[in-house]
Design a protein around this ligand. Structure first.
Ligand SMILES: *Cc1c(COP(=O)(O)O)cnc(C)c1O
Length: 356
């Protein structure tokens, strides 16, 4: 396959696996499309661009990425609109963020135009895997990891970058029960919380398991110093409606700069809602709850989109949020975002990118 900026060698599957997938009932993250894009970094340059059948890779046990955590990833989605076209949602922003993560982890950046070109070629080949249903999308997982065979702790000289995709249905199917975390920390000041780096997620599994044993789905993370200010929920940014104002903590060292977060804030402001990006303490949430002013709480992220929170556990008590019917503001934003993604309304912010 020829392109302006790179040569991609294409090896196609002899036979598609698509008929094995039940598109009426897609589980999250278990189905993978036929092909993947692979690039390798060596001697300071990215090369060896390939699209090949999705499948096993071979590594040496001493591969650095398996030991010291030089692994970063992205997650984004492509949607099929009413005219059957495949459209990606803000993909350049994801590739820019991959490079931000790379910088923090001493990994090489990869040009956004190169990744866009690669992704478009991959989507053209696997276009049939983008679901028709408006509950579903094609999830896209770009990632990069260190491939040097070496035992010392140092930045690798070689890296691999891969993009694979897979059709997905809804991530959470019920409103979330979250619990305020007062001991464990997802990210600390000066740490790696603003990078989508593998280790951040490994470290969150244990506290999340403890929360799940107490009957919650996810953690509401607080700051690492006082465990007082809200940061994120699980692997999502988090927003609250207090009175008629939408409040969310500012991104920074410890809070990932979510693209869904940015989109929701943009839409909310555009719909004329009051929006505040500021620190918000759990005491403020609890006080608003007592006064009946806590109208809504929800997580925002690519996988889940807008995930309503129904319960916030804090100090041994559960705050019960208003029923779904009463959440006009977040429903309106969610609907607007959905309509943009599936091409039902004008894409006035220029978020949708065609694969052609
Ligand atoms: C990926 C991620 C998010 C959401 O980012 P999006 O760009 O909206 O998908 C939020 N928090 C964490 C920790 C994440 O890893």
């Amino acid at each position: 396959m020829e392109s302006d900026i790179m040569q991609i060698k294409v090896e196609r599957v002899p036979q598609t696996r698509i008929q094995e997938v039940d598109f009426e009932n897609i589980p999250f993250g278990k189905e993978f499309a036929d092909h993947m894009f692979v690039a390798d970094y060596e001697n300071g340059v990215w090369g060896d661009f390939k699209i090949q059948p999705y499948g096993k890779m071979m590594f040496f046990p001493a591969m650095l990425g398996l030991h010291y955590g030089q692994t970063i990833f992205e997650g984004m989605k492509a949607y099929r609109n009413d005219s059957g076209e495949v459209m990606m949602f803000r993909p350049e922003d994801n590739f820019k963020r991959l490079n931000v993560s790379a910088g923090r982890m001493c990994m090489p950046t990869i040009p956004v135009e190169l990744m866009m070109e690669a992704l478009k070629e991959l989507l053209k080949i696997d276009a049939a895997w983008v679901p028709e249903s408006k509950e579903s999308a094609l999830y896209i997982r770009p990632f990069m990891f260190a491939t040097d065979e070496f035992l010392g702790v140092k930045p690798s000289n070689k890296y691999r970058c891969v993009i694979f995709t897979g059709p997905v249905g809804p991530y959470y199917t019920t409103p979330l029960r979250v619990v305020v975390e007062e001991n464990f920390t997802r990210a600390a000041k000066g740490g790696t919380g603003s990078a989508k780096a593998g280790g951040n997620y490994g470290g969150s599994l244990y506290p999340t398991r403890l929360a799940q044993e107490k009957g919650y789905h996810q953690i509401l993370w607080t700051d690492s110093i006082e465990h007082k200010y809200i940061e994120e929920s699980g692997t999502m940014n988090v927003m609250f409606q207090i009175g008629d104002t939408l409040v969310t903590p500012p991104t920074g060292d410890t809070i990932l700069k979510g693209i869904t977060r940015d989109s929701v804030l943009t839409l909310a402001a555009d719909l004329g809602m009051k929006v505040e990006e500021r620190r918000i303490s759990i005491d403020e949430i609890a006080a608003a709850y007592q006064k009946g002013e806590l109208k809504d709480a929800f997580g925002v992220g690519t996988a889940a989109t807008i995930a309503p929170i129904e319960v916030i556990g804090y100090n041994g008590n559960d705050m019960l949020l208003p029923s779904m019917d009463a959440r006009a503001l977040s429903k309106k934003i969610a609907e607007e975002l959905r309509a943009i993604r599936y091409g039902e309304v004008a894409d006035k912010f220029g978020w949708m990118v065609s694969m052609n």
